[in-house]
Design a protein around this ligand. Structure first.
Ligand SMILES: C[S@@+](CC[C@H](N)C(=O)[O-])C[C@H]1O[C@@H](n2cnc3c(N)ncnc32)[C@H](O)[C@@H]1O
Length: 285
């Protein structure tokens, strides 16, 4: 384990210990509209694999566990931050086991799981390869690894290009908001939670230091770990919020418009991929 690998883990423990108590209430991915999208993906995967056992890597306060426990009989969660694990609701229909451990060195039971998940997690690692290795080891043949809500390199790269361009006319507020988010999220964490910017950036190493995930790079790591196939998904295009929240139109029309714009952008991939903030993938063992 390199010094930087351990340093990034320590930064994650420091940051997540501070936010654990408020995490599930403040993170946007806990909103009902996102939960229903993720639950649909999960239900389809459970059906496809006839899943009974699921391993959730970087489980945090239990975002995925809360969904999975209604669809499989056993859920194992792994996270390196005790304070996050302390928030997990372990009641309910499934058997739930929690482990305080680094996912890269976690001794998973080989071939015991039908599904492995990693939601809003991989970009917190210094090196994703050992954790992808854990997922590959834990899955039985034909099992699936679902990772999601990681930053798309091409989006953040394009936004950074715009930052501080001298003499440029004002950008649309939709674009400006993203430029500000890149530049100031770490300052905000320092102000609100007293987390030094260097520690915050290390805790989001895959985003703030490495600049996000490139499909080509992740594919190579996933296939090298022993998966036979991987499919990538791009989510949440620039401007989607303003289409969804356009108060001048009835809700049904707004949602239909958002789907229409998405389907056009998806159809012109890869030209449109820098417009999507997030990337996810489903890999098959
Ligand atoms: C952004 S949170 C996501 C939590 C949860 N998956 C969710 O969707 O709400 C990232 C989590 O990864 C954990 N983490 C970071 N590095 C880790 C590592 N090397 N091994 C295990 N967990 C880690 C953090 O403690 C934190 O709980």
């Amino acid at each position: 384990m390199s010094d930087k690998y351990s340093e990034v883990i320590k930064a994650n423990i420091a940051v997540h210990s501070k936010v654990a108590a408020i995490y599930s209430k403040t993170e946007p991915h806990f909103r009902p509209e996102n939960i229903s999208v993720v639950e649909k993906i999960l239900k389809d995967l459970v059906k496809e694999t006839s899943a009974k056992q699921l391993l959730d890597l970087g489980c945090g306060t239990g975002f995925m566990i809360n969904l999975a426990k209604h669809h499989v009989g056993r859920v194992v969660g792994v996270d390196v931050t005790r304070a996050m694990l302390d928030q997990v609701d372990t009641t309910g229909p499934a058997k739930i086991e929690l482990h305080e451990h680094d996912t890269g060195s976690f001794p998973a039971e080989a071939g015991a799981f039908d599904l492995v998940t990693a939601y809003s997690f991989l970009h917190h690692l210094y090196d994703i390869a050992p954790t992808i290795g854990t997922a590959a080891k834990a899955l039985r043949k034909g099992g699936k690894f679902y990772a999601d809500l990681d930053p798309n390199f091409f989006f953040w790269d394009a936004i950074k290009e715009l930052e501080g361009k001298p003499g440029h006319a004002a950008y649309d507020p939709i674009v400006q908001r993203e430029i500000d988010a890149v530049a100031h999220k770490d300052d905000q964490m320092e102000k609100e939670h007293g987390i030094p910017t260097a520690v915050f950036n290390d805790a989001e190493y895959g985003k703030d230091v490495a600049g996000g995930f490139k499909e080509e790079v992740v594919r190579e790591i996933v296939l090298k770990a022993g998966f036979s196939d991987v499919k990538f998904m791009y989510y949440w295009y620039l401007g989607q919020a303003s289409v969804v929240n356009d108060a001048s139109k009835p809700r049904e029309e707004r949602l239909a418009n958002a789907v229409l714009v998405d389907s056009v952008l998806q159809s012109v991939m890869p030209l449109s991929r820098q417009l999507y903030k997030y990337i996810g993938f489903i890999a098959t063992k």
